[in-house]
Design a protein around this ligand. Sequence first.
Ligand code: BG6
Ligand code: BG6
Ligand code: GLC
Ligand code: GLC
Length: 917
Amino acid sequence: MFAVHLMAFYFTKLKEDQIKKVDRFLYHMRLSDETLVDIMTRFQAEMEKGLGKDTNPTASVKMLPTFVRAIPDGSENGEFLSLDLGGSKFRVLKVQVSEEGKQNVQMESQFYPTPNEIIRGNGTQLFDYVADCLADFMRTRDLTHKKLPLGFTFSFPCRQTKLEEGFLLSWTKKFKARGVQDTDVVGRLANAMKKHKDLDVDILALVNDTVGTMMTCAYDDPSCEVGVIIGTGTNACYMEDMSNIDLVEGDEGRMCINTEWGAFGDDGALEDIRTEFDRELDLGSLNPGKQLFEKMISGLYMGELVRLILLKMAKVGLLFGGAKSSALLTKGKIETQHVAAMEKYKEGLANTREILVNLGLDPSESDCIAVQHVCTIVSFRSANLCAAALAAILTRLRENKKQTRLRTTVGMDGTLYKTHPQYPKRLHKVVRRLVPNCDVRFLLSESGSTKGAAMVTAVASRVQAQRKQIDKVLALFQLTREQLIGVQDKMRTELEYGLKKKTHALATVKMLPTYVYGMPDGTEKGKFLALDLGGTNFRVLLVKIRSGRKSVRMYNKIFAIPLEIMQGTGEELFDHIVQCIADFLDYMGLKGVQLPLGFTFSFPCRQTCIDKGTLVGWTKGFKATDCEGEDVVDMLREAIKRRNEFDLDIVAIVNDTVGTMMTCGYEDPNCEIGLIAGTGSNVCYMEEMRNIELVEGDEGRMCINTEWGAFGDNGCIDDICTQYDKEVDEGSLNSGKQRYEKMTSGMYLGEIVRQILIDLTRQGLLFRGQISQRLRTRGIFETKFLSQIESDRLALLQVRRILQQLGLDSTCEDSIVVKEVCGAVSRRAAQLCGAGMAAIVEKRREDQGLEHFKVTVGVDGTLYKLHPHFSRILQETVKDLAPQCDVTFMLSEDGSGKGAALITAVAKRLQQQGKEN
Ligand code: BG6
Ligand code: BG6
Ligand code: GLC
Ligand code: GLC
């Protein structure tokens, strides 16, 4: 009895002594809670640094955006291929995910070896090998006939700008294949796959193993928002708020960040806790100076750390009586699995002896106890360090959520964590001690990271399918060169129809004579009034023209025309106009002065002389009754009479295109064409009198107001009309009319966009599938919004803000799509307008029998002026379709009022000359 006690006492004493001895020797490896809290704080600062745009380039913890934005929601389904490369084992898998009411995942997998000559050889060969394994897997499982999406779990640091691309920053762990760093590993694999002509895989997602692990666990527990690997290497990822991720545009929602915490300390931040053993181990590694945190923690290094310590202890006589074996002197002879075995609860000591003996040593009882304790200190330090970094992440999550207590789940994987007997317990305990305000559930990923990678791939494949649907819609707006030439040819035909007596009555493009015979010659002078009705603004102007110096001074006032007047009775409309004139005269102190007036009236009018114009039909937003078929000059005169307050001398009625051409022609005598790309769309140009069959005389030229907006009213461009164009037409004030204008002008482009957005939303591709009241509202996308949205200078966030101002609650992805839709619609508009213009200039060139024709086009209109791309695309198209014409576009700065005044001046002069003769 006494002997037993004595033995027990002796053993306890022995153990205590050994433990004390090792504790003393490895004093530096035993980290107090105080130190751990300090490390935790340092890691928090590192994360901040990695996330900041300016600080990221020099940060050692890279905090890589993964483009994984959400954890699985259970709606994922489909069949996927998966590769899992970079952990201790390389696997190829097929994953089948089905909803079927309850979540269900089936996996088939096969391991393939990764010999050193492959993972440390030539990069191309490495990817060829991976592709070969995948091919083998597909062939043996009869998957060759299918095109399957593939998720690539690649457990190394990659810089991603999208889910399906990633540039390797550096190899870590055991890999060191040449020529891969800084290349896109997805592209590399895709290239290698091309060699297998019978196979067709679509690599949709590149996923780090931490991300895969988090997603795997989140599939079972939706509160999982962190993934940690403690295996060959160590790393963690977590869901970060987008607003904190400087490197990715957008601030809505969250994105998973791959911290690459293994590199913590690479900038020297952990030098105070690194030991001589850490330094020695690092020097002998494949990547000296790199992954210093990982080297203190993960499985690839733990056994080696223990070996270096034992060797040193033997050398100084603290172990094995100072004896060393050649195995103990050999790098890599102690592995992490040995450490785990030595720390086993019951058989640990026996295992230790066996392992030491196998290393050619002859350990005493006390040696075994000491060695076991060395293992404990090394593995405990590993768990402590992981706990400190994880605690930093958890704190960040809690603070992001502004919660006092965080309940969350951490997905865990890696052989060290899974196979070391004490590791999980220790890690959990320390984490809970370091962050007492977090309730953490640790969930082991039973099925590796591929299940999660398949979830990511499933989402990517859904996004890809949606993308295809969106592209299909946008494709309707992409016109080929042949189609544009077709438009140009048809326009040319319509122009001729309108001019010819025989065909004029049936022609859609009316080619209206304007009785404007020439351009201003600089001799015009006098004071004139002008009205400018029919564009975005209604203006009344006073224009003073001085001859000689060609100077024009203008005073104008903008007046609103309320909708109920635009669409009320003709009398109301003209009374309102006269009211505005009266206000203006008052304002200018001109009451009682009788001035000649030019009336810019931007609607199709049939004229028989310069001061008579019968409204053919309202266009754009006007629909006042009792005007169509009436002479609008008469209507204006009558309204003036009704008011009986002042008299005006209405000398000319002028279309805005004509006014614009005149305004520009005053500066540039080459200007013979006027274009409006604004609320409406129209062109006028100088035509040879001999071609204008409706007007007597063959001499000289006259300006023709084409009213090309009506092009297509006979169905001649139905082939390029989309369902959205039809919807816009049907919802307009003049259904069936102005079909070309409805594809090219500001008043309708926004409406086309709105119709497309409604359709995409209906298809579930936008606005979470919810068609809001706002989206149902006609006219929300004015030209100015369209122009803002398409501005290149605008970041996505600003686009989103504009949409929000419009009352459309959109995500960043929505904003991208909306911008694309706007782009497609406005581009088509500019191209169509360009094709029309090409028809005009080509006609003029041919009519004059010229090889080359040089001409200036005077342009006005908010679409042309405000839109960031419209004018450029228009000009490019004209150049392309009318290569023999040298067309200069001149923006009218002063509006068409100035031109109307010039026309009035000429008409007044002619009037007077007429009277005198
Ligand atoms: C596996 C995952 O379970 O764990 C891999 O499927 C991961 O993606 C690996 O890389 C990490 O552990 P280890 O110990 O194999 O490096
Ligand atoms: C103005 C002209 O500058 O532009 C108007 O003065 C013309 O006569 C208008 O109608 C066209 O552009 P919008 O965009 O206002 O229709
Ligand atoms: C290494 C890799 C990292 C990976 C980790 C675990 O640290 O750099 O990407 O997640 O190992 O496998
Ligand atoms: C409409 C009108 C036309 C005008 C154009 C531009 O197309 O019918 O007369 O020139 O809009 O304002």
